[in-house]
Design a protein around this ligand. Structure first.
Ligand SMILES: Cc1ncc(C[n+]2csc(CCOP(=O)(O)OP(=O)(O)O)c2C)c(N)n1
Ligand SMILES: [Mg+2]
Length: 301
């Protein structure tokens, strides 16, 4: 279980966070069914990692840019991208965001201030630098936020981006989603540092490691980090500890992942823990939360 500290957040804020974290899970459950039925051909799952995408997005202003990767469905839903267009995207239809050129998470949208990846791991981090440099030069009080997996931290771009952000005093939030695996490579074969947050010191920036499955911890930390980056005009590194509950992508499976690790992390499911704590969950309240998440008007805007 996860222990939540609601701090001084209002009931309304908690409700908003709660609805936002349920949405990507419902979509994923649907997509996994469609995949089994052969109606979609590829899916990168963020199940178990929703608190990071959702908490981070909700903590920023709507016009602050986010650089997404392949497991950040919660960013797209929390920025209230219209479901119809999103589903068209994943079907590879011409009405999707990438106009039928591909059918996955390699897309963004300026209107929603999301810069999508083009599959390569690393460049998102330096793009965030560019956006934050523009904010700095225009004296706008804004941050940009870039995601990376722990695997992506072994890319040269990670080091270049963090170094430049530090030297140029750029207000960027770098978020590592440490989910234990990069494809089939576990973290103990990926790096020798005790924790990735130790690298912040090497770049001369502040950083903190947090529980990435606790939506309130993610939300509250990123709100504070955002204030810091704007006030001090400096970057910040966040390591969110989480777990990849499914395969790298759905076709690859999880045979190489020890079952007890999956079972252990299942107890810290970010959506179920939030439901059990805040919905005082019975199955009927779960159903109500789900139907609200799917039918709230803004989702279909
Ligand atoms: C430069 C580059 N190298 C390799 C890949 C292939 N690739 C895509 S995702 C991935 C694993 C990434 O692991 P991690 O950064 O931990 O993110 P996760 O998939 O765990 O979310 C790899 C190797 C790529 N897209 N880009
Ligand atoms: Mg990983």
């Amino acid at each position: 279980m996860i222990t939540y500290n609601r701090l001084n957040y209002s009931d309304e804020t908690l409700r908003e966070l709660f609805r936002a974290i349920v949405k990507p899970r419902i979509i994923e459950e649907k997509m996994l069914n469609l995949l089994r039925q052969g109606k979609i051909s590829k899916w990168f799952s963020g199940i178990g990692q929703e608190a990071i995408s959702v908490g981070a997005t909700m903590a920023l202003e709507e016009d602050e840019y986010i650089m997404t990767l392949h497991r950040n469905l919660g960013v797209f839903t929390s920025r209230k991208m219209p479901f119809l267009k999103l589903f068209n995207q994943w079907q590879g239809n011409e009405n999707g965001y990438s106009k039928g050129r591909e059918r996955s998470f390699h897309f963004g949208n300026n209107e929603h201030h999301i810069v999508g990846m083009i599959s390569h791991l690393g460049p998102q981090l330096t793009i965030a630098n560019g956006i934050s440099l523009a904010h700095k030069l225009r004296k706008e009080n804004k941050v940009s936020l870039a995601f990376t997996g722990e695997g992506g931290t072994s890319e040269g771009d990670f080091h270049e981006a963090l170094n430049v952000a530090s030297v140029w005093d750029l207000p960027v939030i770098f978020v590592i989603e440490n989910n234990g695996y990069g494809l089939s490579t576990p973290v103990n074969e990926q790096y020798r540092a005790e924790s990735l947050i130790d690298k912040a010191k090497g770049f001369g920036m502040e950083g903190v490691q947090i529980d990435g499955n606790n939506i309130l911890a993610v939300y509250d930390t990123i709100k504070g980090v955002r204030d810091y980056c704007i006030r001090e005009q400096k970057p910040y590194l966040l390591e969110c500890m989480t777990f990849r509950m499914r395969g790298h992508e759905e076709a690859s499976g999880t045979k190489y992942v020890p079952q007890d690790l999956i079972s252990e992390w299942a107890k810290k499911d970010p959506v179920l823990c939030a439901l059990l704590t805040y919905a005082r969950c019975s199955s009927s309240s779960l159903i109500r939360a789900r139907s609200h998440a799917l039918t709230s008007r803004s989702s279909f805007a």
